[in-house]
Design a protein around this ligand. Structure first.
Ligand SMILES: Nc1ncnc2c1ncn2[C@@H]1O[C@H](COP(=O)(O)OP(=O)(O)OP(=O)(O)O)[C@@H](O)[C@H]1O
Length: 265
C-alpha cells in the first residue's frame, strides 16, 4: 500500500533568496517498508523531508497520503495525527523521564484537560516496548546516551500512531553498532507497525544493506528510486557519489579507494 506519494513535486524556497532545489519528483514510500533518502550534501534531502511533512510549502506538485489527502492541505492537528517527525534538533525536555517524553506523542489526541487516559498510557508503553526502551522508561531523558535518546524519540513518534514516520538523519550522533541497530529497528517497526518509514541518511553502505527502497536525490535536483540492489547494479549510486579515486563498489555495497586496495566502511 502507498503510504506517501510524491506527484510531480517541486521543492525549494521562495522570496529574494529563493531557489528551486529539486523538481518534478515522483516517488512512492510504501506502507510497511523502510524507504531511505540519500544524496550528496546540499542535494535537498532536508528540504524534501520538510516539504513532505507539511513544514514548508511545495513550489509545485503535491505529496499525498494513502487516502489521497495532500499533506499541504492538512492543518497542524491533522498533520500531528498522521505524520510523525524525528529531526536532529537537540531535544531538551528538562527533567522529564523517558516515559514522559514518549507520552508527548499522545498530545494530538488529548482532551482539553491535557490528561493522559489509560489508553494513552497503554499506547505509550507499547511504543516504548516496540523500540526496546521499556527498561529506560523511568530514567530521566537527560541522563540517557545518544542512542538511548534516539530510541525514546522514536517511541514518542510511534505514540502519535502515525501512518508516516519521517526521520532526518536519525543516526548522525550514534556509534557504528548503534547505527546498524537503529536502522534495523526502523525496518522492523515499518513492517510490524504497518507504517511507511522515510528517512534521510549519509550512511550509504548501511542504507544499501537495510532499506527496502531507496530514493536517490542527485546534486542536479533529479531523483531516481528503486531497490538498493537495482540502484547499485544500474550504476546510479556510483554516478551520484563517485569522486576522484573514491568509488562505490556495487557488489560489496561499500566505498573503495581505487589503486590502494582499501575498503572503507
Ligand atoms: N532557508 C533556505 N533558504 C534558501 N536556501 C536554502 C534554505 N535552506 C537550505 N537552502 C539551500 O537548499 C539546498 C538544499 O539544502 P538541504 O539542507 O535540503 O540539503 P541536504 O541534502 O539536506 O544537505 P546535507 O546533506 O548537507 O544535510 C542547499 O543549496 C541549501 O543551501
Amino acid at each position: 500500500m502507498t503510504g506517501l506519494e510524491l506527484q510531480k513535486l517541486t521543492v525549494g524556497y521562495r522570496g529574494r533568496r529563493g531557489r528551486t532545489v529539486a523538481s518534478n519528483l515522483s516517488a512512492v514510500a510504501a506502507t510497511g517498508r523502510l524507504t531511505s533518502l540519500i544524496g550528496p550534501n546540499g542535494a535537498g534531502k532536508s528540504t524534501l523531508l520538510r516539504t513532505v511533512c507539511g513544514l514548508q510549502p511545495p513550489l509545485a506538485g503535491s505529496a499525498v497520503l494513502a487516502d489521497g489527502t495532500d499533506v499541504t492541505t492538512l492543518k497542524a492537528a491533522g498533520l500531528a495525527r498522521r505524520i510523525a517527525v524525528v529531526t536532529t534538533d537537540t531535544v531538551d525536555p528538562g527533567r522529564l523521564t523517558a516515559r514522559e517524553v514518549a507520552s508527548l506523542g499522545r498530545t494530538p489526541y488529548l482532551s482539553p484537560t491535557g490528561r493522559l487516559s489509560a489508553d494513552d498510557r497503554r499506547v505509550t508503553d507499547r511504543a516504548l516496548d516496540a523500540v526496546r526502551a521499556t527498561d529506560l522508561a523511568d530514567r530521566p531523558f537527560h541522563d540517557l546516551s545518544d542512542g538511548e535518546r534516539q530510541r525514546v524519540l522514536a517511541a514518542r513518534a510511534l505514540a502519535q500512531e502515525p501512518e508516516l514516520l519521517v526521520l532526518d538523519e536519525p543516526t548522525s550522533h550514534l556509534d557504528a553498532p548503534s547505527r546498524v541497530e537503529f536502522l534495523d529497528l526502523l525496518a522492523t517497526l515499518a513492517r510490524e507497525q504497518g507504517i511507511a518509514v522515510l528517512m534521510s541518511s549519509h550512511e550509504l553502505e548501511l542504507v544499501m544493506r537495510l532499506s527496502d527502497e531507496v530514493w536517490l536525490l542527485r546534486g542536479d535536483g533529479t531523483m531516481t528510486t528503486g531497490t538498493p540492489a537495482a540502484l547499485a547494479a544500474d550504476g546510479s549510486v556510483s554516478a551520484a557519489f563517485d569522486r576522484g579515486r573514491l568509488r562505490f563498489d556495487a557488489d560489496q555495497l561499500t566505498f573503495v579507494i581505487d589503486g590502494s586496495g582499501t575498503t572503507l566502511g
